[in-house]
Design a protein. Sequence first.
Length: 371
Amino acid sequence: MQFERYLNSRLLAQPLQILIVDPDLPARRLIRLILQSEGHFFHEALDGEEAIEQFETIRPDLVLLNMVLPRLSGLKVLAELRQRDPLAGIIMASALPSEHLAVESLLGGADDYLAKPFRLRAIQMSVRRVMERVQLRRRNADLQSELLSANQRLRHYVAQPLVESLLRSPTPPQLGGVRTPVTTLFLDFADFTELAAELSPDQVVQLLNTQFAFLTEIVLANGGFVDKLMGDGFMALFNAPAACLDHAQRAVLSAAAMRRAIQQHNRSGQHSLAVRIGIHTGEAIAGNIGAAQLMNYTAIGDAVNLAKRIEESCLPNQILVSVDTGVQLDRSALAQERVELRPYGSYQLKGRTDGVELFAVCDNGTDSWPS
C-alpha cells in the first residue's frame, strides 16, 4: 500500500507526455479537456504512419490510440509501437462495440481498452492504472539494469560458474559440500621471492597481474575453475563446480599450455619467469566452506593437499602429476597436442609416509624438461 501511494504521488507530481492518435477532432479535444487539469503535455497524430513518426520523436509516456485510423490500422500501429518500446503505456479506444477487439488489443500489448463515447471518470481511472503499470515496468527495467551491472562487477571477484549458480538458485547459499572426484592444479613461480625483493611493490603487482591475466584465461578456456590466487601462484579445480568427465585431461593440457605461454612471454618480457605446476586427481569435499557471514567455494581434502605437495616438489619449469591423474589421461589425445607423459619415479613428499609415484609432463613443442 505504501508503494502504491508513492506511485500515485509521483503520477500526480510529474506531468506526462501524452500522444493522442485519433482522426476525430472532437475526441481529441475531449481527451485534452479531461486530462489538461493535471498539467500533462499533449501531442497529436491523425493517422497510423504519423503516429509512429511522432512516437519516435517524442517517446511519450502514454499513447491514447484509436482503433480505426487512416493509412495504418490501430492494431498495426500498436504492434509497431510495442516493438519500439515495451515500457510505454498504451490505451486502445474504439467506438465499435466488440469484445473481440478489446481482447485482441490487450493480447497485442495494450495496457487498457476504452469504449467510446468517453466518460470523464473512465479516462482518468484508465490513465492512472496504466501509468502505475508503466512506473512498475520502468522500475523493474532499472532494477534489472542495476542487477546486470552488479553481475558484471561481481564476475571480476567471483568465477562465472558460481555467479550463474547463485543467480539460478531460489535460496541463499548454504554452508556444506559434496564428495566428488576433482583434479586439483597448483601453480607458482619459482624463485619469485628473490625477484620480488629486487622490485618495488607496484612492479610486483603489475608483473603478477600480467602473468595471471593469460594464465587464468587458459584455465578457464579448458573448463577449469580458478579457486583462489595465493601470492605468486594459484589453485585451480577441474570438475568442480562445473562437471566435466575428462577433468584430468583438461588440467594437464592447461598446465602444458601455461608453461608454453610463460616461455613465449619470456622472449618479450623484461623478466624471465619459470613455473612449477603440480596436479593430482582424487576425491574431495567441494562446496561452501567458512561461516554463515563469509563463505568461500573451494575443495577440501587430502587430494587437494597432495596436489600442493607435488607442486612444491617441482623444479623450475616442471609439471608433475600423480599416478592417479596419469591413469585417467588419453595418451594419444595428448600426443596430438604435442604433450607426453614420462615416468618420474616414486618420491617421498612432505607430510606423506609412503612414496608417491609421479609422472613428468613433457611438451614436445618447447623445452620440455625443467631448467
